[in-house]
Ligand binder design. Structure first.
Ligand SMILES: NC(=O)c1ccc[n+]([C@@H]2O[C@H](COP(=O)([O-])OP(=O)(O)OC[C@H]3O[C@@H](n4cnc5c(N)ncnc54)[C@H](OP(=O)(O)O)[C@@H]3O)[C@@H](O)[C@H]2O)c1
Length: 257
């Protein structure tokens, strides 16, 4: 697979770095396009084999899988300036721009996907939500999911549920950081450095995630295992309940969807 990434900002750069670390797409088969030479130069310093250009059409011509990673309000103008041949596949990463709109901006009928990643793809631990137009083959979708799985976990989601799933994953990562930020404040008050607090809390989150991902279990069961009757953990859990922690998380996720 030859891949083009149009837009080398936060997310486009993370996708390029994530793909470059995987095995299914070779670095020399990735071409990244951006208006800013500075961003491209930074990327090439990190991954010298990745090709870069300031010409979007050149990137499209050299690839068959094209990730569009510009801001949503630029999607129309960027796509309308480009010429796609029938052998191309478009994956738009722009939030909120529907497949129907994307197809209207293209002059040819090609397979179109929307993808919503979260920022952890740069660490190969992201979530990539993928939705497709109806006119795509299951083989193509399977190949794309394989590529995306190398950056963490990829899931096929109906487009109608993409916004809700985005709240859990792309917005959700910010809520996890908020939990870490709050815990660090507590850690510092208890006498640990911020850096030590971050290491302890992050490893704890990583461990909790692995327990849930590697076993058929549920958070309530895992909480039950660590709350000894009359012990310190249940005191803390009940403080969270009194402070409205569960309600706050539900409201945050619903507000973001
Ligand atoms: N960040 C996230 O967590 C996240 C999550 C899911 C989806 N997304 C989506 O990802 C997209 C990109 O977001 P971002 O945060 O990566 O934005 P960003 O950092 O601003 O990156 C966009 C990049 O595209 C470049 N660009 C602008 N016009 C261009 C053109 N005509 N041709 C080629 N490149 C062009 C920009 O250059 P200049 O800076 O010079 O304008 C910038 O480097 C958005 O549509 C967003 O909805 C982001």
């Amino acid at each position: 697979m030859k891949v083009a990434i149009i837009g080398a900002g936060n997310m486009g750069g993370a996708i390029a770095r994530g793909l470059a670390q995987g095995s299914l797409v070779k670095c020399h088969d990735i071409i990244v396009s951006d208006l800013s030479q500075d961003k491209l130069s930074q990327l090439q310093t990190d991954y010298p084999e990745v090709k870069t250009t300031t010409n979007n059409q050149k990137a499209v011509d050299e690839a068959n899988l094209i990730f569009l990673v510009v801001k949503p309000w630029l999607v129309k103008s960027v796509l309308e300036e480009l010429h796609f041949t029938k052998d191309k596949v478009l994956i738009s990463v722009a939030s909120g721009v529907e497949i129907k709109e994307l197809s209207e901006y293209l002059s040819v009928d090609i397979p179109i996907y929307r993808m919503i990643p979260n920022t952890a793809i740069s660490e190969l631990a992201g979530v990539c939500l993928l939705s497709s137009s109806s006119a795509v083959s299951s083989e193509l979708t399977h190949s794309i999911l394989n590529v995306l799985n190398e950056m963490g976990m990829a899931m096929l989601i109906p487009e109608s549920k993409l916004a809700a799933a985005t709240a859990l994953t792309s917005c959700g990562i910010a809520y996890v950081f908020k939990y870490v930020e709050a815990s660090v404040k507590a850690g510092v008050e208890l006498g640990f450095s911020a850096q030590d607090s971050i290491r302890m809390i992050s490893q704890t989150i990583d461990g909790a995630a692995k327990i849930l991902l590697n076993n058929e279990t549920h958070p309530s069961l895992e909480i039950d295992k660590v709350t000894t009757p009359g012990g310190i953990t249940i005191k803390g859990i009940n403080e969270l309940e009194h402070a409205g922690f569960v309600s706050a998380i539900i409201r945050a996720i619903k507000a973001s969807s």
